[in-house]
Every structure is written in structure tokens, then in C-alpha cells.
Design a protein around this ligand. Sequence first.
Ligand SMILES: NC(=O)C1=CN([C@@H]2O[C@H](COP(=O)(O)OP(=O)(O)OC[C@H]3O[C@@H](n4cnc5c(N)ncnc54)[C@H](OP(=O)(O)O)[C@@H]3O)[C@@H](O)[C@H]2O)[C@@H](O)CC1
Ligand SMILES: Nc1ncnc2c1ncn2[C@@H]1O[C@H](COP(=O)(O)OP(=O)(O)O)[C@@H](O)[C@H]1O
Ligand SMILES: [K+]
Length: 482
Amino acid sequence: MRLFTPEAMREADRKAAEMGYPSLLLMEWAGMKAARVYRELFGHRPAVVLAGKGNNGGDGLVLARHLLLEGVAVRVYAAEGQEGDALLARGALEAHGLDLRPLEEAAWGPGEVLVDALFGTGLRGPLEGLYAGLVDRVNASGLPVLSLDLPSGLPFSPHVRATATVAFAALKTPHLLVREACGRLFLAEIGLPRHLLEREDLPEVATPEALLPLLPRRPLTAHKGSVGRVGVLGGFRGEGLRYAGAPVLAALGAYRMGAGLVHLAVPEGTPLEPLEAVFHPVPGPTLPAMRVEALAVGMGGGPWGREWALKALEAQLPTVLDADALHPEVLEAYRRAGVRAVLTPHAGEAGRLLGKSPEEIAQDPLASARALAEATGQAVVLKGNPTVVAEGGRLSVNPTGNPALATGGTGDVLAGAIAALLAAGLAPFEAARLGVYLHGLAGDLLAEEKGVGLLAREVAEALPRAREALARNQAPLSLTRM
Ligand SMILES: NC(=O)C1=CN([C@@H]2O[C@H](COP(=O)(O)OP(=O)(O)OC[C@H]3O[C@@H](n4cnc5c(N)ncnc54)[C@H](OP(=O)(O)O)[C@@H]3O)[C@@H](O)[C@H]2O)[C@@H](O)CC1
Ligand SMILES: Nc1ncnc2c1ncn2[C@@H]1O[C@H](COP(=O)(O)OP(=O)(O)O)[C@@H](O)[C@H]1O
Ligand SMILES: [K+]
């Protein structure tokens, strides 16, 4: 499934029209499907539809007609000046005897549901004046809000904060980048010819269907040397902050993702955990002899991070470079040596590498991940909500994960988990996408069970359940298709 920009969506609509597909049919389906979502969520509660003058407003007018026909009480406040399909939708609604009132008079009361059909993909800048005021009133109303296509105002501020959003034809960038504004997400098929949605040049949304085939198979004859062995190199002993648990959590992430054996190279004196690992206590960063297929490097490395990564390079193995290993000199050395790596920065680390502030990185995670992938020639996992995976020209946006994961050590677990998938033979981009998806899903399963207050080690423990959910086709996309 591809993630559309508003422009790419409009282009698909235009191509469909050029091919002879009537755009009025698209609008009719959009409004009808949205009405279906309305009824599913709100039953017969009375609706107040706010319709702009463009096609998004047109969708709202179609929805109003369908609700009316189903016996739902509807009031419509609409902007003046509809043209084309939206004007036809207005006529069709008025033919049913409904009087449209001016948007300026918009009012509502307790028990009603607001339908936000003000603006969709046609918005060209931030809302001002009447519209900004209306959006503020909608958000302050305390009523449920169903947004059609996009919460109006996105990607700018102010924008509607919806209870639920029905995206038409495809997800658009703001649905995942400003997830919080959308509430529960529905994706409605509206009849666009399929091939117009297959745009390989656009970012991918990492769906269970796309990831399932990547899950490493475990044959009956599997043994611990055949399913992928991981070396974890990290930790630091000296002055400064110490995250002694970080390499341990990476080892747990690797085991829980299915690694057959995990070797741990850590500073002498570090507690020997987990029991299941093979330990290599070392006086300083070095590459001990170990038979492994992939490495995870840098977790808790502090000032040793750079050195750990440069030593690890001697193994010439696919490597996850995390946390303190994310150093320009390291990335340059890996590029020169032609060693494949997965970089796992959060916005702060990515910002340091790209010479930007964390805020600038988070502002456009797609562009930031792509820029770092291009600059380093490696696969990049830019962590956050959403996490974006980039390699070469390819981009993938991850739909799993939640703020319960915002707790120390979950990133270390992720680094180990991705290394286990590399060790099992997956290419960097695939290992990164699958690892990120399952890590997020583990967090989702736990958050459902326990809410906020997770421990990173619990996220590692939940990885097998996430893997099972994917294998059994029970992994939710937190997206309902209509
Ligand atoms: N096309 C299709 O086939 C299908 C499209 N579909 C639906 O159409 C939606 C896209 O429709 P759209 O292109 O008409 O744009 P839309 O979001 O309604 O807004 C345009 C209006 O906003 C105005 N405006 C712009 N910026 C502004 C600002 N800053 N502040 C204030 N006003 C501003 C602009 O006014 P103008 O400046 O042009 O006079 C114009 O009137 C899409 O999201 C989906 O819901 C579906 O029905 C399926 C088939
Ligand atoms: N609000 C959030 N929504 C979804 N995932 C999150 C959120 N906050 C953190 N995470 C995830 O938790 C992990 C945190 O990693 P990181 O910042 O490296 O933490 P640490 O260094 O403590 O391990 C990442 O995988 C990130 O995507
Ligand atoms: K809208």
C-alpha cells in the first residue's frame, strides 16, 4: 500500500477522469462510504455537516443525502460557490428537500455529531478567519467529529482534531505524520482503477500483507547455529553516564526475535546477563572471535561507541549501528569498506548527523530519513511516531507502535531485533521494516494489556507474540478498510 501526497492523489483522480472514469462516481462512493462509517460509529445520532465549497464539501453533501435516506436527522451548513461535481451533489441533496444554511451560521448542540467536510487535499495554506474560527469551535465542542478524507486544515495548523477519519482511495501523508489529528482511521475504496494506486515511486505503508512473506521460516531441522547468530558490541566503563543494561536489552531483543545464539562483547566487570548469551568481557572496544552472521553495535557505548563500531567493521558483517556508534567517521568508514549497515537514529541522533535540530528532523521524517540514507548509502531507521525506514530511493512508513514505547531501552531492544533478522539472512531494508513493525506491534499488544509504564525488557518478551500475530494473520493495521 502506498502513501500518497495530496498532489499525487489529485493526479490519480485526474488520470481516472482522463481515462473516462466519471469523477461524480468517485464522489458518490466517497460520500456513501463515509455515511456507512458514520452509521457504524454513531448509529442514528443527529448529524451536523460542515461543507466547504470544493469537492471535499461535495463528499459531505453526498454523505448528508445518504444519512437522510437512512432516517438520520441532518443539518447542513455549506459554503457558497460550488462548481462541477460539488454543485451536482448540492443539487441532489436539495432535490430531497433539505435546505442548506450558510456556513457562517453553523451551530450545534449536545448529542449531535459533527461531520467535517470543509477541506481535503485541495487546501493550499493555513486556515484563517472564518475557517480558523470554525475549526477552533469544532475542536472545543466536545462532540464527536467525523472528518472526510482529512481533518480540515491539515497539514497546517489550526486543524480539526477528529474522532475518526475516512480516507478516500488511499492514505495520504498527513494521515500517518499527524496521526493524532485523525482519531480512528478508516480507508474507503471509492472505485479508482487499481493501477492508479500502484505507484512504486511513493513511500510504502508497511502492511502485514507486505511483511508476512519476509518472516524467516524455521524448518524442523533448525538448530541454534542455523537460524542466525548475533554479536552485540557495546557498553562503556569510565567517567560519564552509563547504560550498562543497553547491550543486555539488545541481546534480549535478538533472542526474542529468534536468534539462535547471541554473543555479547562488553566491558570487563559488566554483570553477565542474560544467562543465555555467550560472554566476551573485554578491557576496551575490540572485536573478539565469534561465529556470528550479524552485529548490533553501539548500545550504551558512550565515548567508546565510535571505537566499538570501527573494530566491528573488521568482521565485514551486516551491522546495526545504534546510539553512540552513529558517528560521521564511522559511517564514512562503513561506506568506504562497502559493509552493509542499518542505522537506527532517533531524531536527536539523526539531527546530529545531518546538522539539523531534532525538531527539523521530526518536521519531515520522510525527507530526513531519505537524506540520511542518501548521505550514508545505508538503510536508515528514523525512530519516532511514525518510524520511517529508508534505503536508496525507497521509503517505508511504519504503522505500529505507540507512546508507551517512549521509555528507556526500547531502542536497544529494536537494534538487537533487527540484527537477528539480518543474521537470519534478510537484506537490510527488509530486516529494518520487519523489525520495526514487530517491535511496534509488541508495544501495541502490551499497551492494550497494561497501558503506559512498560519496561523495555517486556517489549522484548512480547516480540514472539507479535511475530505469532503476524504469522497467523492477526496483526492489526489499526486501520479499518471499507
Ligand atoms: N477530485 C476527485 O475526483 C475527487 C475528490 N474527492 C474529494 O475532494 C477533495 C479535494 O477536493 P478539492 O480539490 O476540490 O479541494 P478541497 O479540499 O475541497 O478544497 C478546495 C477548496 O478550498 C479552498 N481553499 C484552498 N486553500 C484554502 C485556504 N488556505 N483557505 C481557505 N480556502 C482554501 C479553495 O478555494 P479557491 O481558493 O480555489 O477559491 C477550494 O474551494 C478530496 O480531499 C476528497 O475529499 C473525492 O470526492 C473523490 C473524488
Ligand atoms: N510516541 C511514540 N510512538 C511510537 N513509538 C515510540 C514513541 N516513542 C518512542 N517510540 C519508540 O521507542 C523506541 C525508542 O528508542 P530510543 O529513543 O533509541 O530509546 P533508547 O535509547 O532508550 O532505547 C523507538 O523504537 C521509537 O520508535
Ligand atoms: K475534511
